[in-house]
Design a binder for this molecule. Structure first.
Ligand code: C5P
Length: 222
């Protein structure tokens, strides 16, 4: 059975989360969603009525918050100071502000340290995010960078959210573009493929096809 770490990075709307869960299930590995941690940190900032663009206040607020992620009986568990915020982290307000919060270096240092500790406690794990192969786990067993054409990403995200109105789909595409631009151009840990990452383009693959490909790569990586 697989032992080691698989990193799964890439922009929004590539189906990363579903793929990461699928790969983890196939390999009997743990799964860590680091985006959920940045989203939880954003909930803490919004609830404290702190301006997400005020880096010092954001850093202080997140430092004082206890952020926990995991799964319990198959459902996603996301806690801020012991309060379940899983239902809120995918909402529009959090999504709009998460890139600003996650661009703050002190926030990244705090959450990266937590991510490494969680990974160190596992024998096999799939870790999903933006900087996992480049920063969090530079010595991972297998690094995958998942991409897809922008139109395809917007359509998939719209499908997930049940949005069909063309104007709303277009607005969604613009949100994705803006968030990826922000994530790719930030100074600390920008979104980019690690030099030793395998780039998997999911434009013409369904979710099962991507999972199969990564499981195949994992088998030859160990
Ligand atoms: O993957 P998800 O869409 O939940 O990530 C939300 C946001 O969290 C990203 O747009 C990015 O700003 C931030 N993030 C990050 N580093 C990670 C994971 C997520 O900066 N490892």
């Amino acid at each position: 059975s697989f032992r080691g770490q698989i990193t799964l990075d890439g922009p929004s709307g590539t189906g990363k989360s579903s793929v990461a869960r699928g790969v983890a299930a196939r390999l009997g590995a743990a799964y860590l969603d680091t985006g959920a941690m940045y989203r939880a940190a954003t909930v803490a900032v919004l609830d404290a009525a702190v301006d997400p663009e005020d880096a010092d206040a954001v850093a202080r607020t997140v430092a004082a918050a206890r952020i926990e992620v995991g799964t319990e009986a198959g459902t996603e568990l996301v806690l801020v100071d012991g309060v379940d915020v899983a239902a809120r982290i995918r909402g529009a307000e959090v999504t709009r502000n998460v890139s600003a919060v996650s661009a703050v270096p002190a926030v990244r240092r705090q959450l990266v340290e937590q991510q490494r500790a969680l990974v160190a406690a596992t024998e096999a794990v799939v870790v999903e995010g933006r900087d996992i192969g480049t920063v969090v786990l530079p010595d991972a067993t297998l690094k995958v960078y998942l991409t897809a054409a922008p139109e395809v990403r917007a359509e998939r995200r719209a499908g997930q959210l049940g949005i069909t109105d063309p104007a709303e789909v277009a607005a969604l595409a613009e949100d994705l573009r803006r968030r990826d631009e922000y994530d790719s151009s930030r100074a600390d840990s920008p979104l980019r493929p690690a030099e030793d990452a395998v780039v998997v383009d999911s434009t013409d693959l369904d979710q099962q096809g991507v999972v199969d490909r990564i499981v195949e790569l994992a088998a030859s990586a160990v």
